[in-house]
Design a protein around this ligand. Structure first.
Ligand SMILES: Cc1cc2nc3c(=O)[nH]c(=O)nc-3n(C[C@H](O)[C@H](O)[C@H](O)COP(=O)(O)OP(=O)(O)OC[C@H]3O[C@@H](n4cnc5c(N)ncnc54)[C@H](O)[C@@H]3O)c2cc1C
Length: 528
């Protein structure tokens, strides 16, 4: 058994391994000659007090102890194995395919978008030419919304074993080992595409299939059981186990399920704006003025405020980041954010969003599963119209917004397609604006300097989570009415980020495995 100790160091000591070891040995009451190995197991920043400290958890192995090396990904040769069909190559679909390969199933993965490399051109077209390809954009394509995301890998999931497995697979396919140590792991948009393509290569190498530009367009059931799927409007494939991991932006999938009378439900979600400050200001606030400390990473923040009966909270904060145009169709605008691994842009952006429940909406009808989706669409379209019917977004300085004044000019922002000065009070629904205003003032009290007219609001932040859920049996993970259909990941309402989506992908394969009495342990016989 190894020994665990907690120590704190000032940031400038983080690279001084002898100092760290000395402190840890002192704390553990051990001598250096009595140990065989050690490592930093967890690292977090404690910025609550001045000076800022780094909390480290150190793991030490004694002379007789061995550091365990467990293989993290053990593929089987699945070229002739029973098939599992997966729709969507986001984190949920990709991890499902990898797990299938481990469990002895042959994954057949269909993805409507393009491979990571080709997809990049379509992203450039959104930024520069305002052209949104409805099949290839920030949400659709290899790796899903996760590929050109920020790659922050924290989750509220409490099942540490599952989280660790999801993180270890990222490391196995090329991410830095730091993500296993940092309390708030982050990969960065520049690193993700290579990791995603390594995952794809491993699936293919093991005998699985990955098909791009292959969109699920129809399905066939027989006696309430999955029977076949149609790809691209003409190719039918028989399929008895279908993992549907199409993400929160595949609206056509929700309509398709509804047409087939497959139950879907309106789900609470959140809408707001993406706020951008100068990173320097956020560092100054969070690090008590110590903003030039080269050992501290660009600072982040997490804010929450209850305004009346609704929560207003920060979402997907990106230190040193960029605001991205994330629409998936023409005639709408959507913002989100990402950052490179070094987080070295001069901007700090975050969604600030207000919770929305189906019953809050003017057209609420409990039999209508589309009430939240319709509201989301309406907000995205109003913003598109208000900013000039391109991929420019409506924008306003923070205090101007609270005071209801259109902004005369703007500081430079990171949103490349451009911004248009609009009074967001006239574009966004009042139930959102009135709460955002109160929250901004209150956030300014919690973080002195946050409430400033140098901050620019970009609208809308509207794809925080799925506005629809696809109900499934909590044990079998199959749809409540359709055998063999496994709603999975964020689009179905079972995940809220990369790691939780990835874990849900694994869980769906494990559920299929259980159904076919194929315990994972016995399928690990033939390694590739
Ligand atoms: C810019 C940006 C930044 C983000 N930053 C972070 C972050 O830092 N940390 C974090 O945890 N999360 C982040 N997210 C959210 C995260 O990416 C998602 O939570 C996650 O990707 C959801 O995984 P998923 O597999 O459920 O769905 P998705 O990633 O949405 O994948 C769904 C896939 O299904 C495909 N698909 C859809 N319909 C069909 C069809 N009919 N046929 C075939 N394929 C189809 C899509 O093309 C897509 O590839 C970010 C998202 C964006 C857009």
């Amino acid at each position: 058994m190894s020994t665990l100790v907690q120590i704190s160091v000032v940031p400038s000591k983080i690279e001084d391994t002898s100092y760290i070891l000395e402190l840890a040995l002192e704390k553990a009451k051990l001598r250096s000659g009595s140990i065989s190995d050690w490592r930093i197991r967890k690292r977090s920043i404690d910025a609550r007090r001045d000076p800022v400290k780094l909390n480290l958890q150190i793991e030490i192995w004694g002379k007789e102890e061995r550091r365990e090396q467990i293989p993290v990904f053990v593929p089987t040769n699945v070229s002739e194995a029973k098939e599992i069909t997966i729709i969507g190559s986001g984190p949920a679909g990709l991890y499902a395919a990898l797990r299938a390969v481990e469990a002895g199933f042959k994954p057949i993965l269909f993805e409507r978008g393009k491979d990571v490399r080709t997809r990049r051109r379509d992203l450039a077209a959104i930024h520069k030419e305002h052209i949104v390809n409805p099949e290839s954009n920030y949400c659709f394509g290899e790796g899903g919304a996760g590929t050109y995301s920020d790659g922050k890998l924290y989750t509220r999931s409490k099942k540490r074993g599952n989280v660790l497995k999801a993180l270890e697979w990222f490391v196995h396919f090329g991410a830095s080992e730091d993500i296993l140590v940092d309390a708030h792991p982050h990969i960065g948009t520049n690193k993700l595409p290579k990791i995603i393509s390594s995952m794809r290569e491993a699936i293919i190498e093991a005998g699985g299939e990955v098909h791009f530009e292959s969109k699920l367009t129809n399905l066939k059931l027989e006696n309430g059981t999955m029977n076949a799927i149609e790809i691209n409007g003409h190719q039918w494939h028989s399929c008895t186990d279908l993992i549907l991991a199409t993400g929160h932006s595949a609206r056509d999938i929700f309509y398709l399920l509804h047409e087939h009378n497959i139950k879907i439900e309106a789900k609470p979600f959140a809408i707001g704006v993406r706020v951008e400050h100068q990173q320097e200001l956020i560092d100054f606030i969070q690090y008590h003025g110590d903003c030039d400390n080269e050992y501290l990473p660009p600072a982040s923040y997490a804010l929450v405020e209850q305004v009346g009966d609704k929560g207003v909270y920060s979402f997907c904060m990106c230190p040193g980041g960029i605001i991205a145009p994330c629409a998936t169709a023409e005639e709408e605008v959507v913002t989100n954010g990402w950052s490179p691994s070094k987080r070295n842009n001069p901007f700090a952006n975050s969604g600030i969003v207000v919770s929305v429940e189906p019953k809050d909406l003017p057209n609420f009808n409990e039999d209508d599963p589309f009430v939240c989706l319709d509201f989301q669409k309406q907000v995205e379209r109003s913003c598109w119209e208000a900013a000039g019917k391109t991929q420019r977004v409506p924008a306003q300085r923070m205090i101007d917004f609270v005071e209801g004044k259109k902004s005369i000019d703007f500081p430079k922002t990171s949103y490349q397609p451009g911004i248009s000065s609009v009074d967001l009070n006239e574009v966004l629904p009042k139930q959102i604006t009135k709460r955002l205003k109160k929250a901004f003032v209150s956030f300014g009290k919690k973080m002195k300097g946050y409430y400033t007219n140098e901050a620019v609001l970009h609208a809308p932040e509207s794809r925080t989570s799925s506005p629809i859920s696809i109900p499934r049996n909590p044990e079998s993970l199959e749809h409540i009415d359709v055998k063999g259909l496994y709603p999975c990941g964020e689009g179905a309402g079972y995940a809220g980020g990369i790691i939780s989506a990835a874990i849900d992908g694994i869980n769906c394969v494990d559920a299929i495995s259980k159904k076919h009495s194929n315990p994972l342990e016995t399928s690990r016989n033939e390694t590739v």
